[in-house]
Design a protein around this ligand. Structure first.
Ligand code: SF4
Ligand code: SF4
Length: 412
């Protein structure tokens, strides 16, 4: 008997099928699969595995499902269900000792399954509506205004998902030599216009002017996570075109105030690496992209006079697992005198996860209930977060006000 390579017993062996093995996605998926040592540590921190207790609703099981499909096995509605139930929260990536990039593998696997398994008509309709409305400010905001107009007539559960209108306050005119560009986003300007305006005011106070690129729009995350990859890439290219003149004019950074957008834009370089026209620009954009927490962590903040308050901070998955910025906001707020209440199981998703709260309502609501119990356990005055999706989701079922943490510094 020949010698057995011990590594072959540990790392996953793969034999990808012809349809994908020589494509960029196939090579990427192969490398990710081979990094997995199937230890199962990731299951311990997976929210859906914790709720459902099914191996196929945990990361290791989903990795096996994707492997089977990429090796030419059948994709079924059942496979699709287990992948749909994944929040793409990437808690498993934070836990994995082997550095498995599960989120990227899930994107590749879902895309293949989407092409093979025809969804029921109402699922297709819902997904089409989400893709047709959410990424377009000019469609979403008027619908939101309509929702607000009829809000008193809506049933309680639906009413709570339509936040009342808020005033943005003034946006300081550019007056500083230091300039940064902000991604305004698609739903955030309608739902909570104060977040970006507050960011502009705080940065202005710190000697930085925040400017906008009017023709930029959705970061592409909505389409990307609904497996409409080409559509997502088009959103990315449009944003790069809108931002490029500002990059050439010397903006220091591209500031993200929604961590869900930040994690997407930081991946532009990788996702457009096969587009010869955009690859270099996308890489430059990704390098310039920084969450507002990263900007402030590198800035002298003593000019800000904080009004100390007792708050619970919900660290979005896209901030702590996607961008690996866990603890940054918490340190900033503590440094400014805020009291942060303990939040048990802070690594777990709140159930918002982009369109997950709409597409996987019951699971999302169970995660929300658990998250609110954890956030409210320390009796905070306010709950603060770093992502618009989480903010609206949390506020839909809690009494304490939910804000973006930058708003706390604006008031300061
Ligand atoms: S923790 Fe990492 S290596 Fe272990 S099973 Fe999960 S993904 Fe694979
Ligand atoms: S991304 Fe989140 S929900 Fe999906 S497998 Fe990983 S930990 Fe579980």
């Amino acid at each position: 008997m020949g010698r057995v390579n011990p590594e072959s017993l540990l790392f996953m062996q793969t034999a990808l099928a012809d349809f994908i093995k020589d494509t960029p996605e196939g090579r990427e998926a192969d490398a990710i699969l081979r990094a997995c040592v199937h230890c199962g540590f990731c299951n311990a921190t997976c929210p859906t595995y914790q709720l459902l207790g099914d191996e196929l609703d945990g990361p290791r099981g989903r990795i096996y499902l994707i492997k089977q499909i990429l090796e030419g096995g059948p994709a079924t509605a059942r496979t699709q269900l287990h992948l749909d139930r994944c929040l793409t929260c990437r808690a498993c990536e934070t836990t994995c000792p082997s550095g498995v990039r599960y989120g990227r593998l899930a994107d590749i696997g879902r895309h293949v399954v989407e092409q093979r398994v025809r969804r029921l008509w109402h699922e297709r309709l819902t997904r089409w509506l989400l893709r047709s409305v959410l990424p377009y400010r000019s469609r979403f905001t008027p619908l939101l205004m309509l929702g607000r107009a009829v809000r008193p007539l809506l049933p309680g559960t639906l009413r709570r998902t339509v936040p009342p209108a808020q005033a943005a306050g003034f946006w300081p005119a550019p007056r500083h030599q230091r300039r940064m560009l902000v991604l305004e986003g698609c739903v955030q300007p309608g739902l909570a216009p104060r977040i970006n305006a507050a960011t502009a005011r705080v940065l202005d106070h710190l000697g930085i002017s925040l400017v906008r690129a009017d023709s930029a729009g959705c970061c592409g995350a909505v389409s990307h996570h609904l497996s409409a990859q080409d559509e997502a890439l088009d959103f990315m290219r449009r944003n790069i075109d809108a931002w490029w003149p500002h990059v050439e004019a010397g903006v220091e950074a591209l500031v993200m105030t929604a961590s869900g957008c930040g994690v997407m834009v930081k991946e532009y370089g990788q996702l457009l690496s096969h587009d010869p026209r955009y690859a270099a620009k996308a890489t430059r954009i990704a390098e310039l992209t920084r969450d507002i927490a990263e900007i402030l962590a590198d800035t002298e903040l003593s000019v800000l006079q904080a009004r100390p308050r007792k708050i619970a901070f919900q660290s979005p998955c896209t901030l702590q697992h996607g961008q690996k910025l866990g603890g940054v906001v918490e340190r900033l707020l503590r440094g400014l005198g805020f009291e942060l209440t303990p939040v048990p199981d802070a690594h777990l998703c709140c159930g918002s996860a982009g369109t997950y709260s709409i597409l996987q309502g019951p699971l999302s609501q169970r995660l929300l209930a658990n998250k609110l119990e954890a956030l409210e356990s320390g009796r905070p005055e306010l709950i603060a977060t770093a992502n618009i999706g989480c903010l609206v989701h949390l506020q839909s079922r809690t009494r304490p006000r939910v804000v973006h943490w930058i708003e706390l510094l604006d008031k300061a």
